[in-house]
Design a binder for this molecule. Structure first.
Ligand code: ADP
Length: 299
């Protein structure tokens, strides 16, 4: 029997890409991405944008396959583009026209030629992304958060079934980030939304499924809850003196250190207290992320 696949499921198999300068940006990436919000978490340089651009049909991999439901993404680019909404990392064109004029223009390009219909679509979208009151302002004067919401509006115009947003919350202040989270959360479960980010909080707050990617490889794929559960009882912490951090790192598997109230606090991955003075803590997604990046996550 032929394998049946959810028409809204993205299957990536063994994707590789080496740039001309020798950088291996994708090193055998395989992922199954179901509908809903999917977090692609990795540090800068992990290969996220390369993967996003490849899915968005903007660049070619060296090898591998991508299927979206019945569509062969790498072979049927036009089919994909009809279903795709894409908010690139540097959505950088901010002309001196208003948000409303720009959206109207973009809607026309998308083929909504009927004037009244287009006005309705544009107005509904401006309300949806909470830019109605700013609709007459020039895009050049928009804040970072307003720009990102405008970016989502343009990406949603064609009612995509596959929405890709690349590092959307970088540079937003906490209030703007919150508004953007709410908008993404509303987009709903009947679309595949891939959210690429290096910000753990983005994934924690929004995504039911996720992957951690580093140096072009997938280090973890699953639910954030399962990822955190996998570290239960194995994360230990203590405050240390500033000049002791390197010493601890040399002696034990330190997954992260950060300042808490000005004092370095280290997190260590171990089955039992590594030394007297450590206390067990409940791991969080940040521990999972740093453990994997440090090469300590897989077990
Ligand atoms: P991320 O989005 O996770 O920051 P990228 O996909 O942008 O990662 O980059 C992955 C790696 O590929 C990095 O080392 C980056 O410097 C390199 N890279 C990205 N684009 C190019 C390019 N066009 N030519 C050469 N190297 C590139």
């Amino acid at each position: 029997m032929a394998e049946s696949q959810d028409p809204l499921e993205l299957r990536i198999q063994n994707l590789t890409k080496t740039y001309k300068n020798g950088v291996k940006a994708l090193d055998g990436v395989s992922l199954v991405i179901p509908r809903g919000l999917y977090g692609l978490l990795g540090p800068n340089g992990a290969g996220k944008s390369t993967l996003m651009r490849t899915i968005a049909t903007l660049q070619e991999p060296d090898s591998g396959t991508i299927r979206f439901g019945g569509i062969d993404v790498l072979a049927q680019k036009e089919e994909v583009r009809k279903l795709l909404g894409y908010l690139p990392q540097d959505f950088g064109v901010y002309p001196r026209v208003s948000a409303e004029e720009m959206l109207d223009h973009l809607a026309l390009l998308k083929g909504i030629t009927h004037g009244k219909e287009r006005r309705e679509v544009v107005h509904a979208m401006l309300h949806r992304v909470n830019l109605w009151e700013h609709r007459r302002k020039a895009l050049t004067g928009f804040s970072g958060g307003m720009r990102q919401r405008f970016g989502i509006a343009q990406a949603l115009l064609a009612e995509p079934r596959l929405l890709i947003v690349d590092e959307p919350t970088a540079g937003l202040d906490p209030g703007e980030r919150n508004r953007f989270y709410n908008l993404l959360a509303e987009i709903g479960e009947n679309v595949v939304v891939i959210l690429s980010t290096h910000i753990v909080q983005d994934v924690m707050e929004l995504c039911r499924n996720m992957a951690i990617i580093h140096q072009g490889r997938v280090l973890f794929a699953g639910s954030p809850d399962a990822a955190v559960e996998g570290l239960a009882g194995r994360v230990w912490t203590r405050g240390v003196a500033r000049d002791q951090v390197e010493d601890y790192k040399a002696r034990m598997p330190v997954i992260s250190h950060k300042l808490v109230g000005g004092q370095p606090q280290i997190h260590v991955l171990a089955d039992a207290a590594p030394e007297p003075g450590f206390t067990a803590i409940r791991p969080d997604l940040e521990d999972v992320f740093f453990a994997h990046i440090a090469g300590l996550g897989a077990r």
